[in-house]
Structure formats: C-alpha cells, structure tokens
Design a protein around this ligand. Sequence first.
Ligand SMILES: Cc1cc2nc3c(=O)[nH]c(=O)nc-3n(C[C@H](O)[C@H](O)[C@H](O)COP(=O)(O)OP(=O)(O)OC[C@H]3O[C@@H](n4cnc5c(N)ncnc54)[C@H](O)[C@@H]3O)c2cc1C
Length: 394
Amino acid sequence: MTRSSAEQAKDLDWPFFDDRHRNFKHRLDAWCAQHLRHAAHEESRAGVDAECLRLVRLLGQGGWLRHVVAGVAHGGAQDQLDTRELCLLRDTLAQHHGLADFALAMQGLGSGAISLFGTREQQARYLPKVAQGEAVAAFALSEPEAGSDVAAMQCRATPQGDGYILDGRKTWISNGGIADFYVVFARSGEAAGAKGISAFVVDADTPGLTIEERIDVVAPHPLATLRFEGCKVPSDRRIGEPGAGFKVAMGTLDVFRTSVAAAALGFARRALHEALNWARARPMFGQRLADFQITQTKLAQMATWLDASALLTYRAAWQRDQGQGITREAAMAKMTATENAQQIIDMAVQMHGGMGVKKGHIVESLYREIRALRIYEGATEVQQLIIGKDLLKG
Ligand SMILES: Cc1cc2nc3c(=O)[nH]c(=O)nc-3n(C[C@H](O)[C@H](O)[C@H](O)COP(=O)(O)OP(=O)(O)OC[C@H]3O[C@@H](n4cnc5c(N)ncnc54)[C@H](O)[C@@H]3O)c2cc1C
C-alpha cells in the first residue's frame, strides 16, 4: 500500500462511507497494486491508442467498469450509479496511472447519458459491452465555437423520415478515433438556445461520420475533432425526448463532474506521497530537505488543501447518493479539487528540483496530467458562475 492509500484508508472512516465502500476500496487497492504501474507516457499516437484500449479491456476484466454503468440487467454493478464508488475508483486509479483513470472515466462519461436517460433497448445494446470493456464510449458535446457556452452549438440534427441527419463538427472529443460509439448533442430545432438540442448515440462506423483531425495534448490521450456530413441516425438512437438534449448533457455532467474532482484528488495524493518520500530522503546543507521549516510549511499546506478537496468531493458524492441535487456542491468540489491539485503538484515539482521536470518522472507526469482538469467538464470560471448563480437564486 502506498502512503497515500494508507492516508486514504483513514478517510474511509468518514460518515460519507459505509462498509460496502470500505470493502470496495480495499479490493481496488489490491487490484491496482497488482495490475497498474506508473510508466512514462507513451508519446506516439498509436502507442497511446493501444495502451488506452488495453486498459479498457483490463478494467473490464477486473470488473471495475461495471461500476460506471447503471442497471444490473445490463452488466452494471447496481441499478443506480453509486457516485462514491465512482469517486473512489477515480481517486485510486489516478494515484497509480493517469491513463487508467482516463480510460475508466470515459467509459462512464461516454455511456452515462444511456445509463441515466436511455431506453431499455439502448441500454441493452450498449451498456453490457461498455461494462465488459468490449466497446469504447465517447461523449461529444464541445464544438470549435461552443465550449463553455454549450448552448451556442451549431451541429444540426435535421428530422428526415424515421430519423435525423447530422451535420457539423465536434471537437476535443476524448476517445475520438478509438471509440465504438459517440453520444452526440446536436441542434434539433424544437426551440432556440438550450431547449432546441437533442442527444443521439451514433456508432463510429455510421456513414457520414469521420475523424477530421487527431489532437495532441500535454498529457497524451486519444482526442479528436469529428465531422458529420449527411450522417443518418434512426430515431430509436435519440436519447431522451426531442429537445431534451441539454438536460441529458447537464444531468450526465452533474455525476461525472464530481468524479473529475476525485481524479484531481488522486493526482494530488500521489504528489504529496512523492514529496514526503523525497523530502525525507534528500540530503541538503548537512541535513534532509524535510528538516527545514520551509519544507514543513509546504507539506502542511499541501495536506490541508488535500483534505479540503477530499471533504468537498465526498460530500458531493454522498449527497447525490442520498438522491439530492448537487449542482452547487459538484461545482465547489470540481473547482476546489482541481485548483488545489494544481498547486499541490506544483509544490511537489518544486521540492524535487531538477528531478521534478525530468521527463518520465512521476511528478513531471502529474504536472502535465492535472492541467486539463481545470478546463474540461466546465472550466473553473464556469464552476464559479454556477456557484454564484445558485447562491443568488434563493
Ligand atoms: C483534454 C481535454 C479533453 C476534453 N474532452 C472532451 C470530451 O470528451 N467531450 C467534450 O464534449 N468536450 C471535451 N473537452 C472540451 C472541454 O469541455 C472544453 O475545452 C471546455 O468546455 C472549454 O471550452 P473551450 O476550450 O472552447 O474554451 P472557451 O469556452 O473558449 O473558454 C476559454 C476560457 O475562458 C474562461 N471562461 C469561460 N467562461 C467564462 C466566463 N463566463 N467568464 C470568464 N471567463 C470564462 C475559462 O478560463 C476558459 O478556460 C475536452 C477538453 C480537453 C482540453
């Protein structure tokens, strides 16, 4: 068990968890120790794709993907998504292997709309394969001109016969290029703005859907821009009512936004773990780095930020599992955990000196892994607006 896992075991005594979660976490720790090792990121696109596919299969075989889909009848571990399990999974995987966390998260986010809003037929068709790691899922909401401002999307779904024709582009789509299906949001025209959007599940081999461009980012993940040109989708692939796509997207993000906080927490736990080990071992000026009060001040700040993040994350997860709305709580958790993690990881890099920026070192890869989490699934500024509006609502 890493020190960070041991610390987290203490968190499991918090009232947010029950024995089911404690047992789950112990099994997960043992599985991760056996199957996952930090490795310097594959840099080639083909290498990243292959590693991601391997991890999806591995997580499926391990039974962990069953916890990111809902419905026992469709291969899920339970009928409802358990947000605390989802967060424990991401928190733990992120401590071991950034790409494993990504692979699991995208199986959940990419199929979440089907779990939460899909028909029985859609659930039976897609979810068992997602849960087994046999089909790769993706979530296609963002567009070149519509990132934070989702309602500005231009991708069109024109009703035609017994279906729709999709035209437009989606960008920054994680798993783009390796996914078997995409949950796509498009303007179907029932009303202006957010009320005129519908959601669809589109198989990757549907004629008219192509990968326009693969995108490379600081922490390599499969990522692409998709193009839809006269792409025909039958009505039974629409998720939810016509015009309800914005609600489907936000309902899905409400669950998975909390899990982004959990992943940030996992990266930060690993950074603190590395910083403590390094500070104890590094000789300097006749003593150890850990013996300087400046170092102890940094460690105290890191540990306190980490606990604040953990409390907000698991508060939001617990609250959702009680059936309560968590729009404000999820935004607080995502904002705090990602911003704190960036600072914690930066401090760990600083404490490592030159080692901290050496390619392939764990803290160097954490430094790259954390950055996008402050941007995707709602940038920090978007979370601030959500919290502010919610406060002013009452
Ligand atoms: C690695 C990665 C993976 C992604 N995966 C997916 C995916 O799988 N599916 C998907 O649909 N999308 C995905 N995205 C897209 C992501 O959700 C968007 O990048 C994000 O919503 C921000 O949109 P944008 O990039 O267009 O930035 P913009 O919307 O242009 O925002 C730029 C910046 O403006 C600031 N800002 C935003 N709103 C306000 C405001 N109201 N006031 C002041 N400042 C503001 C923020 O700092 C923001 O970062 C991914 C992005 C990345 C980087």
